[in-house]
Design a protein around this ligand. Structure first.
Ligand code: PHE
Length: 345
């Protein structure tokens, strides 16, 4: 009986809220007043059996403390509100809500890529965005004055220097060089990061974008390992059944080199504007690390072999979310960014 009453009043007290002085006074009289509920309950308590007293005593005290604490809290708040009123402010008016932010779609996709490769034992490596010629080009087997350097329109910062010109890195392959120079195989890492190229800004190109490159060097690493790794990656990212195909290509730092296409994520290969009705879209470049690159980084190319790959996060994201204009990624238009709120984890 008494326990039921206490349970019921506890709920009432917990639900009670006011910033109004009269309502608060009524609350005080009802519960804490000389003829109030707490007084009544304590009177009733005197009449219960000794066993019940033992179990109920603590409950009763907690109930009393709850009512007193509630009153104190509301009283403090009420005092602040009336002080505000005296000063010409109404503190009971609703404030401006802070909006919950959303993760940037590129960050979401980068995380997903990192998660997939980490399941295969790849760790994340990072390096500087301002690079010297050695790490961005020469160590990667780009000969001096070779037209291959023009494949990547470089933003130069400073001419000359011990390790050549200083520039904004054009790819995160520079991080692969730094990693190999700093140790000995096995290496199994991915390198996410921002890269820069001097291109006119349009829906399809930007002067900076984001890459994830990967490197795997050990004894007996073969092209089959490369294919299986990337096949697994694509199944995880775009779903089981996504097809892949490799086309021969050229990069100075890999031999043989390839570009990898996947079956179009929009039309599933049937043909649509995104895949230019071919059913395939290119997503990355890859190949076996050129022995010259291994030697440049102090690694015995007779003993070790490896593969590398590199992809643009923007492209991967466009295919996932069907975003058609690259500029949206850097304009910070909240109407665009908000759409990804549901993906906030
Ligand atoms: N670094 C290349 C690029 O930026 C991508 C790539 C990386 C290709 C590794 C092959 C192997 O275009």
């Amino acid at each position: 009986m008494l326990q039921d009453k206490i349970t019921q009043y506890t709920a009432e007290i917990n639900a009670f809220h006011t910033a109004n002085a009269d309502e608060l006074e009524q609350f005080r009289i009802k519960f804490l007043g000389t003829k109030g509920i707490i007084k009544d309950i304590f009177d009733e308590f005197k009449a219960v059996s000794p066993e019940e007293k033992r179990s109920l005593g603590k409950v009763l005290n907690e109930f009393k403390q709850l009512a007193e604490a509630k009153y104190q809290d509301l009283k403090e708040a009420e005092t602040e509100v009336s002080a505000g009123k005296d000063a010409g402010m109404d503190l009971t008016l609703p404030g401006e809500a802070f909006e919950v932010g959303a993760r940037h779609p590129l960050a979401l996709v980068r995380r997903e890529i990192v998660d997939i490769f980490s399941k295969l034992g790849f760790v994340v490596a990072e390096g500087p965005e301002i690079e010297d010629d050695w790490h961005n080009f020469s160590a990667l087997n780009f000969p001096e004055e070779h037209p291959a350097r023009d494949m990547q329109d470089t933003f130069f910062i400073k001419k000359g220097g011990e390790k050549g010109d200083i520039a904004l890195r054009t790819h995160t392959s520079s991080v692969q060089v730094r990693m190999m120079e700093a140790g000995q195989p096995p290496f199994r890492a991915i390198m996410p990061g921002r890269v820069y190229r001097n291109e006119a800004i349009s829906a399809r190109a930007h002067c900076f974008f984001h890459q994830v490159e990967g490197l795997y060097v050990d004894e007996n690493v073969s092209f089959a390992d490369l294919k299986q790794t990337l096949f697994y990656f694509v199944q995880e990212l775009y779903g089981e059944g996504t097809k892949v195909r490799f086309r021969p290509s050229y990069f100075p730092f890999t031999e043989p080199s390839a570009e990898m296409d996947i079956s179009c994520t929009i039309c599933k290969g049937a043909g649509c504007p995104l895949c230019k009705y071919s059913g395939w879209v290119e997503i990355l470049g890859c190949g076996m690390v050129d022995p010259n690159v291994l030697e440049n980084c102090g690694i015995d190319s007779k003993k070790y072999s490896g593969f590398a790959f590199g992809m643009g996060i923007e492209r991967i994201t466009n295919l996932k979310f069907e975003i058609k204009d690259l500029r949206l990624f850097s304009e910070n238009d909240s109407r665009f960014l908000k759409q990804y709120k549901s993906s906030l984890i």
